[in-house]
Design a protein around this ligand. Sequence first.
Ligand SMILES: NC(=O)c1ccc[n+]([C@@H]2O[C@H](COP(=O)([O-])OP(=O)(O)OC[C@H]3O[C@@H](n4cnc5c(N)ncnc54)[C@H](O)[C@@H]3O)[C@@H](O)[C@H]2O)c1
Length: 385
Amino acid sequence: MKVGVIGSGSMGSGIAQVAATAGHEVYLCDSNPEALKKAKDKLLKILNRLVEKGRIDDPTAKAIFGRIYFMPDFKNFGDTDLVIEAIIENLEIKQSVFKSLEEIVSPNCILASNTSSLSIASIAGACKYAERVIGIHFFNPAPLMKLVEIIPAIQTSPKVLKESRAIIDAWGKLTVQAIDTPGFIVNRVARPFYGEALRILEEGVADVATIDWAMTELAGFRMGPFTLMDYIGNDVNYIVTETVFKSFYYDPRYKPSFTQQRLSQAGYHGRKTGRGYYDYTEGVEKPNPNKDKEKGQVIADRIVIMLINEAADALFLNVASKEDIDLAMTKGVNYPKGLLKWADEKGIIQCVSELDELYDLYREDRYRCSPLLRRMAKENQTFFG
Ligand SMILES: NC(=O)c1ccc[n+]([C@@H]2O[C@H](COP(=O)([O-])OP(=O)(O)OC[C@H]3O[C@@H](n4cnc5c(N)ncnc54)[C@H](O)[C@@H]3O)[C@@H](O)[C@H]2O)c1
């Protein structure tokens, strides 16, 4: 099987590495020669590092690299069986690429997009054979992150869905299936991790260091929300939030924060610019959190319950199965526990009561409890029995 990858940026080069490691010949193309050269150098460096670390031997690294063919365009993609597109996140450009691609590949070739936020139906809509178009959403860095979201559009055929999932599973990834809705699973369910933390900050309940401390030390997350936003980049994180908000027809639950918008406007993007919520200038010490456990627990509980509500609502609206929702959050973004399992542990009645308390105080739709949780509380049910 031959795999084509369009776009050799952070995601495309990682996906090419994964496919070549799985034994496929990979055609990797990019319209920008510099990006292609950068990808080639980066892949070589990564493979050499894997050899140094003893993860693979030298002949294997050479064989993987030898299976990747770098190309300036997709003119030679005629014999590919699967093409994964990982170019700029722009619908018109993606649609035009898919249209031109269809003139080259065989009608049986599966065409996938790695888009984070665009609808797969709209990309498929530009194609002659829309039934072979699907979303295959890797996480960054693709060779390290186990999770891949598989998103069939309404046009996608069951055969293409089955084959795509089988291919990605065979690459050693953990696949979850989501319906074609904004943010799919991970980028939807994770919104409150950032949004509620920002809201707590804006209300002056606590500073960034304290909120980060509460989420790592008390709730068990690997990184606090502000450290993570600085790592992702406030520009990137803000745009995703805004896109999700608009795509949900301005549901207040996904409302972006002025604080983050201002940071983004100011160029305080986080680590990459040396300044975000924290100052990364050499010699500048990190601020100390206020380690008041009681106060910290209130913060952690508030963010966690909003995450649980989001996960429950995603299940309520059939975005994915309960197993896939929990798997996506633990394997895609390393949450310490599946959110629905967490809801069971907390007790569904307790979850509803925490959400209603927030709603009673704020009277904002943002804090509305998912009907699923309310129904389950009434019927004394749990997610996993
Ligand atoms: N970066 C992430 O964390 C991440 C995670 C999951 C999904 N995604 C999605 O993956 C896609 C790529 O993201 P990225 O971060 O790798 O971007 P990137 O900017 O690192 O790379 C995109 C590459 O595509 C090339 N390109 C642009 N238009 C092209 C065209 N018409 N033909 C061929 N090449 C073209 C660019 O030259 C660039 O090298 C986007 O849809 C993004 O939403 C990104």
